[in-house]
Design a protein around this ligand. Structure first.
Ligand SMILES: [Zn+2]
Length: 372
């Protein structure tokens, strides 16, 4: 295992942060897997899973069972790890700029397309090599102007040549669920089965340029441009490991084991005998546009009537929002039936606040599909 420290741009005089990455195996042996955790810095379940993976990968490497490379970043956002205000950890947005830490990653598509066009051949393996090199060159030429930009560049450089990239997050209060693209989904579905994902939300165009789409969507668009000579270069997913408070040994043991089984399925971990069987059960996948994001039109005490894992019928109440001064009770109802996969962890609502998510079946949203 190699431990790399990558210095980020110094944001203030006398201050320096590093991005720490742990590299197991070797790229010459097979596929490259990139796994990062806690890009939203106050989402800790993935960090615990990454730490357990670190112990397990160290053993697997020592016993010669790694047949590829795994790059692990357990603390993907050291900037957000230092955002505490009045005893509250604020890890979703960059305090200085308000930017969501999982938005605005560099889209290398146009630059990569121009770089590779003169060199493309009919050989997918050759094309794979030149596309990865072009992505790397494109990112190397990016000149970030802020510490946050230098963090984004570092994460993208570590992951841009990965065959599989997993971004471990969590929601406020949630059942385990997975976001991926239609492009990546066939290769991510086995992971969703192994994790016991309860909802799988898919979109190729989410808007907002989140981290998980920064590589696979470049491959998808190159394939649209140049056809079958462009191989499937990357599978990507954001795994939402339940809610923020779900930092437990039991669940993190399950999740790290599931990820290791997936690496066996991918052939990155050698197994004695046949490849592992996948669980038969798989939760239905929904278009991300079929997710109803429920918001309250007014402020008040938030009393949820459903919890993650419940099914809700169209017209049923998701939550009451009670104004104890005016006595007004607002009932926030579901527009369509579906699976409740997450809800807000706060119990006092502000006007316009998102209070929960339901995976439905009919597409009801378009354009920008992500939460703020
Ligand atoms: Zn997150």
């Amino acid at each position: 295992m190699q431990h790399h420290h990558t210095a980020l741009m110094s944001p203030t005089i006398g201050t320096q942060r590093y991005l720490e990455s742990f590299h197991f195996g070797s790229p010459e042996l097979g596929k490259k897997i990139y796994i990062q955790a806690s890009l939203h810095a106050d989402e800790i379940p993935g960090m615990l899973v990454a730490w357990k993976l670190k112990q397990q990968l160290t053993q697997l490497e020592a016993t010669g069972r790694l047949k590829g490379e795994v790059v692990l970043v357990p603390v993907a956002n050291p900037i957000g790890q230092n955002q505490h205000l009045m005893d509250v950890h604020l890890g979703r947005y960059h305090l200085e700029t308000g930017q969501n830490f999982n938005r605005d990653y560099l889209d290398t598509f146009t630059d990569v397309k121009a770089r590779i066009e003169p060199q493309l051949s009919d050989d997918p393996a050759h094309n794979c090599r030149i596309i990865r090199a072009a992505m790397c060159e494109s990112l190397q030429q990016w000149q970030p102007k802020t510490e946050l930009g230098s963090l984004q560049k570092t994460l993208q450089l570590l992951s841009c040549d990965a065959d599989v990239m997993l971004d471990l997050h969590c929601d406020f209060e949630a059942a385990l669920h997975v976001y991926s693209t239609y492009y990546s989904w066939p290769g991510i579905e086995p992971l969703a089965r192994l994790l016991g994902s309860q909802a799988n939300l898919l979109a190729n165009e989410t808007g907002g340029a989140p981290f998980d789409c920064s590589v696979d969507m470049v491959w998808q668009r190159l394939k649209e441009c140049f056809g079958e000579a462009i191989p499937q270069g990357c599978l990507a997913a954001t795994v939402e490991l339940r809610g923020q408070a779900d930092v437990t040994h039991q669940e993190s043991n399950q999740d790290s084991s599931a990820i290791l089984r997936y690496l066996e399925w991918l052939g990155v971990i050698a197994v004695d005998g046949p490849a592992p069987c996948l669980p038969e059960e798989v939760a239905p996948s929904s278009d991300l546009g079929a997710v109803e994001m429920l918001a309250t039109p007014c402020a008040g005490i938030l009393v949820h009537r459903v919890k993650p894992g419940d099914w809700i019928t169209a017209g049923d109440v998701f939550a009451d929002v009670i104004d104890p001064i005016s006595d007004h009770v607002e009932y926030v109802t579901a527009a369509q039936s579906g699976y409740v996969y997450s809800r807000n962890g706060r119990r006092i609502a502000t006007a316009g606040m998102l209070i929960g998510n339901i995976a439905g079946s009919a597409v009801i949203r378009s354009g920008y599909l992500l939460a703020p």
